[in-house]
Design a protein around this ligand. Structure first.
Ligand code: AMP
Ligand code: MG
Length: 406
C-alpha cells in the first residue's frame, strides 16, 4: 500500500469534466412521455390554437352591435336561429337581429362576433332577451390566441414541465426530440456487502450506497442499469467497467488499499485522469474514462460516496442529459452558530443542521456515519482558499430538501 503522492483540486477536476462533457444525442420521445425530459430542438407550432374562433362561455352568439344599449330594463330581443355545439361545424349564420345558442368550446357561427353569456339571457318562444351589452370580441376565443402558427412553442434546452407536454400535444405534435437520458452503471464492490433489503449480519454490512446513488441518479435525470454487488475481485470489476454505459459509478475500492482494484483497472482499460482530490470527505475519489463512459471512483464510506457523487458525478450526469451542471439544491444564507475549521488548499463538505435560524455544524461527522447526513438539513462548502469560517459569518447552506429551509 502507498498513499496518494499528490491530490488534484476540486475545481481542476470540475473544469476537466465540464470541458469534455456535452449533452448526449437526441431521441424522439412520445408527447405523453416527454414531461421531465430535456428538449433537444426548438419546437414551432405548425398550427393556430385554437384553429377557429370559439365560444368562451355558454350563451348566445350574437352580433355585438345588436346588444348595444341593452339592459335589464330594456333587453335586446333576438330570434334564435340554431345551436352550435363543441366539435361540430356551426350550421346557422347570425344575421342582424338573430342569435345562435352556443356552448363553451363550440365554433362561433358566421356573422356573430360576441357571445352573450347565459346568465344575462332568458329564452322564450324561440327568442332570447339579452339584458346586457356585449362588445364585438367579448367571450370569443380568437384564432391563434393560445398559440400562433409559426410561433416558438418551446425552446431547446427546456426541461419539459407537465404543462409544456400538454402544450406540445395541443399543437398536434406526436413526439419531440429530447436529449437521451444517460445510462448509468453502478459497480458496487466489497466482500463485506449484503444486498439492500437484508439484515446486517456481523461482520457483514448492508450495501446502502447503491440505494443512495440510485436515487441521486434519478434526481439528475439518469437511468440506472441493472447491477449486482461484486466481490473485490479484479476480473469481475474489469468486466463491469467494460460493459456499455454513459457513466459508471464505482462504489468502494477506490483508494490505494490492497483490495482497491478499480483505479488500476481504469488506468489499464482507459484513462485514470484524477485519483485523489484535495477535499474532505472523499479524498480517495477518482475520475477517468473507459470507452465512451465516464468513470467515477467513489469511496465506499457512505458520506464520501454521497459527497463524491454530488461533486463530480452529479454535474456530469446532468450535463450528459442536457441539464445544468449547477448544484440542484436550494440554498439559504444564515449565520454560523460555531466556527468551521478547515485547511487552506482543501475543499470541505460540512454537514450542518439549521437550529433557530443559525447553522450548526454536525460534530460526529466521520465519513462512515451516514446518519450525519440524515440529521443534517444540508451542507456548507468551505472553498479551498479558506482556512475555515468564523462563528457568526453568513454562510450558504445547500439544502438536502426544501422542507428543511424553515
Ligand atoms: P472502501 O472504500 O471499499 O475502502 O470502503 C470504505 C468503507 O465503506 C468500509 O467501511 C466499507 O465497508 C464501507 N462500504 C463500502 N461499500 C459500501 C456500500 N456499498 N454501502 C455501505 N458501506 C460501504
Ligand atoms: Mg472495500
Amino acid at each position: 500500500m502507498k498513499g496518494f503522492s499528490e491530490r488534484a483540486d476540486v475545481e481542476e477536476v470540475l473544469r476537466f469534466l465540464a470541458e469534455r462533457t456535452a449533452a448526449l444525442a437526441p431521441e424522439p420521445v412520445p408527447v405523453d412521455a416527454c414531461a421531465g425530459r430535456v428538449l433537444a430542438a426548438d419546437v414551432r407550432s405548425e398550427v393556430d390554437v385554437p384553429g377557429f374562433a370559439r365560444a368562451a362561455m355558454d350563451g348566445y352568439a350574437v352580433r355585438g352591435e345588436d346588444t348595444f344599449g341593452a339592459s335589464a330594463y330594456e333587453p335586446a330581443e333576438l330570434a334564435i336561429v340554431g345551436e352550435s355545439l363543441p366539435g361540430r361545424p356551426a350550421a346557422a349564420t347570425v344575421a342582424p337581429g338573430r342569435a345562435v345558442r352556443v356552448m363553451t368550446g363550440a365554433p362561433l357561427p358566421a356573422g356573430a362576433d360576441a357571445v352573450a353569456m347565459a346568465e344575462v339571457c332568458s329564452e322564450r318562444d324561440g327568442r332570447v332577451a339579452v339584458s346586457d351589452a356585449f362588445a364585438p370580441g367579448k367571450n370569443v376565443g380568437a384564432v391563434g390566441e393560445d398559440i400562433r402558427r409559426g410561433a416558438l412553442a418551446l425552446a431547446r434546452g427546456r426541461r419539459l414541465r407537465p404543462q409544456d407536454a400538454g402544450l406540445l400535444a395541443s399543437i398536434g405534435v406526436a413526439s419531440v426530440p429530447c436529449v437521451r437520458r444517460p445510462c448509468v452503471r453502478l459497480v458496487v464492490t466489497g466482500d463485506e456487502l449484503l444486498p439492500a433489503g437484508s439484515l446486517p449480519v456481523p461482520p457483514r454490512i448492508v450495501d446502502s450506497n447503491s440505494v443512495v446513488l440510485r436515487a441521486l441518479v434519478a434526481r439528475d435525470g439518469g437511468l440506472v442499469l441493472p447491477f449486482e454487488i461484486l466481490p473485490d475481485r479484479p476480473e469481475r470489476i474489469r468486466e463491469a467497467l467494460l460493459a456499455p454505459a454513459d457513466a459508471i459509478l464505482v462504489s468502494g475500492g477506490s483508494s490505494v488499499g490492497s483490495e482497491d482494484h478499480a483505479p488500476r483497472l481504469v488506468d489499464e482499460l482507459g484513462s485514470l485522469d484524477f485519483h485523489g482530490v484535495s477535499m474532505r470527505p472523499s479524498s480517495p475519489a477518482g475520475v477517468g474514462r473507459v470507452g465512451d463512459a465516464w468513470v467515477f471512483l467513489l469511496p465506499g464510506n457512505p458520506v464520501s460516496c454521497l459527497c463524491a457523487y454530488d461533486f463530480f458525478a452529479g454535474p456530469t450526469i446532468r450535463a450528459l442529459g442536457g441539464r445544468s451542471r449547477a448544484w440542484p439544491h436550494r440554498r439559504v444564507r444564515l449565520p454560523l452558530a460555531r466556527k468551521i475549521a478547515s485547511a487552506v488548499g482543501r475543499t470541505d463538505y460540512v454537514r450542518v443542521a439549521i437550529e433557530e435560524g443559525s447553522v450548526v455544524p454536525i460534530a460526529t461527522s466521520g465519513a462512515g456515519i451516514l446518519s450525519s447526513t440524515v440529521r443534517a438539513a444540508g451542507f456548507v462548502i468551505v472553498p479551498r482558499a479558506l482556512e475555515g469560517m468564523p462563528e457568526g459569518a453568513a454562510v450558504e447552506v445547500l439544502l438536502y430538501d426544501d422542507e428543511d429551509a424553515a
